[in-house]
Design a protein around this ligand. Structure first.
Ligand code: IPM
Ligand code: MN
Length: 339
C-alpha cells in the first residue's frame, strides 16, 4: 500500500491521553492490514509555547504540510484563559494551523448510538432518527477579521467574502445530496450584513442543487430547534462562530462531548480532531473519553478509502458501547480508564 504520513499533534490537557489511545488503534490496524502508515509527532498549543515560545512552531507547520493527514488532540491551558493580556496564546496555534493549511471546512457529524440515548438529557423519543452533520466555516468570519484593542474598547470584525461562502456551501450541498437531501443554513440574516451575504449566495447556489431542500434558520431559533426537534436536520451549514457554538450544543444530544469526532478539509490538507477541548480538570487522570479521537481516525480512514479498517473501528466502538466498556462521562458504575 502507498505510504501514508500522519502528523500527530497531541497538544494540551487530555490531548496526549486521548491521542495515545488513537495511536494504539492506528498501530493495531496498521499491523492487521499492512497500511504502511508512518507517524510523526509535533508540538502545538500551550505545550509548544512552554517548550519553544511559539504556539505553532515552524517545524510543526512543515510537518503538517508534508503529511497526508493530521491527527490533533486538543489545545488550551487554564493559565492562559484567565490572563487576557497574554500575547501568545495556545489557541493561536490551532487557528494559525487552520489558516496556513486553508482548512476552510470543518465537518462535525452528530450520529447517535441508540444504546446511549438514555444518557442524554434530552428525552429518548426526541432523539429518534437524529443523524446530522455540521459544516462549519473554519478560516473566516469573526475569528479571523481585524481585531482592535484600545483602553476602553475592543472589536472583532466579522467579514466574509463570497468565495469563502461558496466553497464551503458547495461541499455542504454535495454532502446533502449523498444524505437526506436537506440543507439548513444557520445565520442571523435579520441583523447581520455578513449573514445576508451567506443567505444570498446559498439561495443562488440552490438552483444548481434542485434535489436538495434548503431551509434557513436564524441562529437563536436554530439552537432551540436543535433541542426541540433535532431530527429535522440533515446538513447544517454555518459560519465559524455559530458553528463553534452549535456543535458543542449538538454534542449534548449524544450524551457526551467525548463522542464527537471532526474532520477539517481544505485545498490539500486534512486534519482530524475530537470536538472536545483540552478538559484541563481531567488531564493526567486517565479518565477522558478517547472515543471522539478514535472516531476521528475512522473519519480519516474513510477519507483514505480504507473502508475495512474504518468499519473495524466503528464496530469496535459499537462493541464497547453495547458492552458498557465506557469512561466515567458515560457510565457511573465501573467506568474504564481512558487507557
Ligand atoms: C473548536 C475549539 C476551537 C475553536 C478553539 C480551541 C480555538 O473550540 O475547535 O471548536 O473555537 O474553534
Ligand atoms: Mn469549540
Amino acid at each position: 500500500m502507498d505510504l501514508k504520513k500522519i502528523a500527530v499533534l497531541a497538544g494540551d490537557g487530555i490531548g496526549p491521553e486521548v491521542i495515545a489511545q488513537g495511536l494504539k488503534t492506528i498501530e493495531a490496524l496498521n499491523k492487521k492490514y499492512d497500511l504502511n502508515i508512518e507517524l510523526e509527532n509535533h508540538l502545538i498549543g500551550a505545550t509548544a509555547i512552554f517548550k519553544t515560545g511559539q504556539a505553532l512552531p515552524t517545524s510543526t507547520l512543515d510537518g503538517c504540510l508534508k503529511a497526508d493527514a493530521i491527527l490533533l488532540g486538543a489545545i488550551g491551558d487554564p493559565s492562559f484563559d484567565n490572563n487576557p493580556d497574554a500575547l501568545i496564546r495556545p489557541e493561536q496555534g490551532l487557528l494559525a494551523l487552520r489558516k496556513e493549511l486553508q482548512l476552510f471546512a470543518n465537518i462535525r457529524p452528530v450520529k447517535l448510538f441508540p444504546s446511549l440515548s438514555y444518557l442524554s438529557v434530552i428525552k429518548e423519543q426526541v432523539l429518534q432518527n437524529v443523524d446530522l452533520v455540521i459544516y462549519r466555516e473554519l478560516t473566516g468570519g469573526i475569528y479571523f477579521g481585524q481585531k482592535e484593542k484600545n483602553t476602553h474598547s475592543a472589536s472583532d470584525l466579522c467579514i466574509y467574502h463570497d468565495y469563502e461562502i461558496e466553497r464551503i456551501a458547495k461541499l455542504a450541498f454535495e454532502a446533502a445530496q449523498k444524505r437526506k437531501r436537506k440543507l439548513t443554513l444557520v445565520d442571523k440574516a435579520n441583523v447581520l450584513e455578513s449573514s445576508r451575504l451567506w443567505r444570498r449566495i446559498v439561495q443562488e447556489m440552490s438552483t444548481d442543487f434542485p434535489d436538495v431542500t434548503v431551509d434557513y434558520l436564524f441562529v437563536d431559533n436554530a439552537t432551540m430547534q436543535l433541542i426541540l426537534n433535532p431530527s429535522q436536520f440533515d446538513v447544517i451549514l454555518t459560519s465559524n462562530m455559530f458553528g463553534d457554538i452549535i456543535s458543542d450544543e449538538a454534542s449534548v444530544l449524544g450524551g457526551s462531548l467525548g463522542m464527537l469526532p471532526s474532520a477539517s478539509k481544505g485545498k490539500n490538507s486534512k486534519l482530524y480532531e475530537p470536538v472536545h477541548g483540552s478538559y484541563p480538570q481531567a488531564a493526567g487522570k486517565d479518565i477522558a473519553n478517547p472515543l471522539a479521537t478514535i472516531l476521528s481516525i475512522e473519519m480519516m480512514f474513510r477519507d483514505f478509502n480504507l473502508v475495512a479498517p474504518a468499519n473495524d473501528i466503528l464496530s469496535a466502538v459499537e462493541h464497547c458501547i453495547d458492552q458498557g466498556i465506557l469512561t466515567q462521562d458515560l457510565i457511573r458504575t465501573n467506568p474504564v480508564k481512558c487507557s
